[in-house]
Write a protein that binds this ligand. Structure first.
Ligand SMILES: *[C@@H]1O[C@H](CO)[C@@H](O)[C@H](O)[C@H]1NC(C)=O
Ligand SMILES: *[C@@H]1O[C@H](CO)[C@@H](O)[C@H](O)[C@H]1NC(C)=O
Ligand SMILES: *[C@@H]1O[C@H](CO)[C@@H](O)[C@H](O)[C@H]1NC(C)=O
Length: 390
């Protein structure tokens, strides 16, 4: 299995590999004195012109051969021209203490890189079990992050058992993820498949995602996000949110989700916002979704709250408008197949339900819809019967 990183030109590259490389037969002998390996020592030049691929590969090989301590590869700030590097399967440290979280909660990070392509086949294994068993809210752990990357791609890699989010796309534009496979147990907390934040013009396609949290989650400040041809399950569906926490001003628009097959997930198409937030979520289209035994196939929750007791009603909320759910069919694991719960302060408007046929996963049971403060229109046959207000 090879994981291949290639790029045409690097403008600024800063990669932190907190990786514990597999110290097995593939990595024999040798014992470099230091376990921190700087690519400059292997002949890389930060001048933006010198081909440094060989130097990167040598640093990688040296890290692989390290027998004392946890090797890390440092790529200092600067401009490195790197064409292709072929890496093996990458394993993360299995324990959170070996992962220097005080320095960065991220494991493999590519920051400020333009035109980076990360290609499989090959994989990264976050060995997240040690994290799932402890309270991870204090210990964020992300497997692969692209931050401030323009025109980048991640293709055909397999990411498994991340401590938390498997792939994070942050502050990036014009970036594509295709044909990735993501797997983590249904019971692993916060292991979103792909999380997108503050990014624009992002495409995710042809991927199979099963995890303990959202298959894809669209966070705040995103626009023009295209998600298509996804198999999701287990997991929490394709979610927008949660947005507007602690009075934040949300700004999410032009989100297109189509051709998604959900199997055994807790949610299908979901939008969740916190009370007390501000701003908007608008122009969202979910279409051609197929459900197999999904607990909440269609759900908008404007009163999202992660505590056991109900959160206090507040006078502001994130405005949700112009959201279409179209061409949905399949089975609901619960009786409530459509749930559109909007706030009294800021109702949902422009909701469109079109050609929907959801039935119960259990024999001889009916499914229902429940709407509160949700306004919009119905087109074609919608089952269960709609409950939208005009
Ligand atoms: C990224 O896209 C946003 C929205 O279109 C734009 O405002 C921003 O300038 C872009 N950033 C870069 C570096 O291209
Ligand atoms: C759903 O998942 C179950 C359990 O993994 C599997 O047996 C079944 O074939 C899947 N169904 C569909 C329609 O993919
Ligand atoms: C809805 O789906 C059920 C179960 O697959 C099917 O029996 C029924 O004919 C469908 N209704 C419409 C209007 O397509």
């Amino acid at each position: 299995m090879d994981l291949e990183v290639s790029k045409v030109a690097v403008f600024a590259m800063y990669i932190l590999f907190f990786a514990l490389f597999p110290l097995n037969d593939a990595c024999p002998r040798a014992n470099p004195k230091s376990s921190s390996l700087n690519v400059l020592d292997f002949g890389a030049k930060a001048d933006g012109e010198t081909e440094s691929s060989q130097a990167f590969s040598k640093a990688w090989d040296a890290a692989c051969k390290t027998t004392n301590g946890i090797p890390s590869i440092m790529i200092p700030r600067g401009d490195f021209l790197v064409n292709q590097i072929i890496l093996g399967t990458i394993l993360a440290p299995a324990s959170p203490s070996a992962w220097k979280v005080e320095y960065s909660p991220k494991w493999l990070t590519f920051e400020n890189v333009n035109g980076l392509n990360i290609m499989g086949p090959g994989g990264i294994n976050g060995q997240g079990k040690g994290w799932w068993d402890q309270s991870c809210r204090d210990h964020p752990g992300l497997a692969l992050s692209l931050a401030s990357c323009m025109d980048c791609s991640i293709s055909r890699i397999h990411s498994t058992n991340s401590p938390q989010i498997h792939i994070l796309i942050l502050d990036s534009n014009r970036t594509k993820i295709d044909h990735v496979t993501i797997t983590a147990p249904e019971s692993s907390p916060n292991t979103d498949g792909i999380h997108i934040q503050s990014s624009h013009d992002i495409t995710i396609t042809g991927s199979t995602i099963g995890s303990g949290d959202d298959c894809v989650s669209v966070g705040d400040y995103n626009s023009d996000i295209h998600i298509s041809d996804i198999n999701c399950g287990p997991g929490h569906g394709i979610s927008i949110g949660s947005l507007g926490k602690d009075g934040n001003v949300a700004d999410v628009k032009n989100i297109f989700v189509r051709d998604v097959r959900l199997n055994g997930t807790t949610n299908g198409a979901r939008i969740k916002t916190w009370q007390g937030g501000k701003g908007t979520v608008r122009d969202v289209i979910y279409e051609r979704l197929k459900f197999t035994n999904v607990k909440n196939p269609i759900i908008i929750d404007q009163n999202y709250c992660d505590q056991a007791a109900p959160c206090k009603e507040q006078s502001t909320g994130v405005q949700i408008s112009d959201v279409t759910f179209r061409d949905f069919y399949g089975t609901s694991a619960t009786d409530m197949a459509i749930s559109l719960i909007c706030s009294r302060a800021v109702a949902c408007t422009g909701i469109k339900l079109e050609s929907i046929n959801l039935t119960s996963a259990k024999t001889r049971r009916s499914v229902f819809s429940n709407c509160i403060n949700a306004h919009g229109t119905i087109v074609g046959h919608v089952e269960p019967r709609e409950c939208l207000k005009k």
